[in-house]
Ligand binder design. Structure first.
Ligand SMILES: Cc1cc2nc3c(=O)[nH]c(=O)nc-3n(C[C@H](O)[C@H](O)[C@H](O)COP(=O)(O)O)c2cc1C
Length: 359
């Protein structure tokens, strides 16, 4: 039994779509909780006015009845309100009538750092819009909806996932960058409490929980680095200062430190999972970088299009969803069950066998 997520949708197309398979039957979903996460993704200092156009809400087309999963594929939709301004430019079918609204002129000025150039070359495009529309992080909205579903499943076995921005001074950095028509990135951290030892495996590289969580985070636009626990810092330390010694008291086995970030040998070890992701500065600058016009071959300034100055707070929500989904997948593999009760019972029997409870 595993959980899968397939998404589709362009940034200014009619809607974003996700299909989640492998959920047990009987999981109660709270529409307000999913919409709350969609709202959190839209907030944050430095976002563009696009977020005022969109008020993301989830629609469910299949797999749910009266708020309970049916154990069948769950189909989620988040509409793009902004599509109204792109009806000609992003029409799935050859549009009729005069070209009007946005997206009518081909994009031929690739932005350094975006998918415009590599995507155009790879797919043989004369309009980089065909690349950037899907490469855009707009599709993370529906991934956040799927993450909210995963969080509901994890909550049934006592697992909580929380993402946040690390470090301080984001607002000042954004204000300075905005004044100079520039952009910034940042670092986010996701912490997961209540994960029992035993999710993931060292059996093969695809099974390793650290590899899977890293891939989930690297799968998000603009994420260029991931570390688990104290990650890069560990490289400079001695083993005696890097590893988490094992103790036992009347409540069972425990650690006093968590340098490893809750994963050893590709398996959760019962400690809090701590994982960080580094986001590069966003590629669309209001003071454009040097580029080449792909139509003429002449030097030109890169495309300027409405854009965020920073999206690091949004990334914290997207990263939380990605980690939640991957952990829910690992939990489905470990505990299985067609009905929610089977899944919860398998988890309970397992933690009793290993005599583990969260501290
Ligand atoms: C939540 C979120 C919002 C983003 N918003 C923007 C944006 O407004 N403008 C922009 O140029 N890039 C934005 N990005 C980053 C681009 O989507 C990303 O850099 C681009 O697709 C190229 O992919 P890569 O950075 O992974 O190579 C955003 C990323 C995330 C995660």
């Amino acid at each position: 039994m595993t959980l899968t997520l397939t998404t589709a949708g362009e940034s200014h197309g009619p809607a974003l779509v996700a299909i989640v398979t492998g959920l047990p039957a009987g999981l109660v979903l709270d529409r307000a909780a999913i919409d709350r996460d969609l709202g959190r993704r839209q907030e944050g200092y430095g976002r563009s006015p696009r977020q005022k156009i969109e008020t993301d809400r989830v629609e469910v087309l299949a797999g749910l009845r009266h708020g309970r999963t049916l154990g069948t594929p769950l189909a989620l939709v988040v509409e793009n309100s902004d599509h109204a301004n792109w009806e000609w430019g992003m029409n799935p079918w050859p549009p009729e009538g005069e070209a009007e609204g946005k997206g009518t002129k081909p994009v031929t000025l690739p932005r350094p750092g975006h998918a415009d150039l590599a995507g155009s070359l790879k797919y043989g495009l004369s309009d980089a819009r065909d690349a950037l529309e899907r490469a855009s992080a707009r599709q993370t909205a529906v991934a956040v909806a799927a993450g909210a579903v995963a969080k509901a499943l994890l909550a049934e076995i006592g697992i909580e996932v929380e993402g946040r921005v690390t470090g301080e001074g984001l607002e000042a950095r954004v204000d300075e960058a905005r004044a100079e028509r520039d952009t910034v990135g940042g670092v986010v951290e996701v912490r997961v409490r209540g994960v029992p030892p035993g999710l993931g495996s060292y059996a093969s590289k695809e099974d390793r929980l650290d590899a899977r969580l890293a891939a989930a985070l690297m799968g998000i636009q603009a994420v260029k680095g991931v570390e688990i626990g104290e990650g890069f810092e560990l490289a400079a330390r001695r083993g005696s200062e890097a590893h988490d010694e094992i103790f036992r008291d009347e409540r069972g086995l425990y650690r006093e430190t968590n340098h490893a970030g809750g994963i050893e040998g590709g398996i959760s070890n019962g400690e809090e999972i701590v994982i960080r992701a580094a986001m590069k500065p966003l590629p669309t600058l209001m003071r454009p970088l040097a580029s080449v016009d792909l139509e003429t071959g002449e030097p030109a300034e890169a495309l300027v299009e409405r854009s965020d100055v920073a999206a690091v707070e949004a990334l914290a929500v997207v990263a939380e969803a990605a980690v939640a989904f991957e952990l829910a997948r690992a939990a489905r593999e470990k505990f299985g069950g067609d009905a929610l009760g089977d899944f919860v019972s398998a988890h309970r029997a397992y933690v009793e066998r290993i005599d583990w409870s969260p501290r």
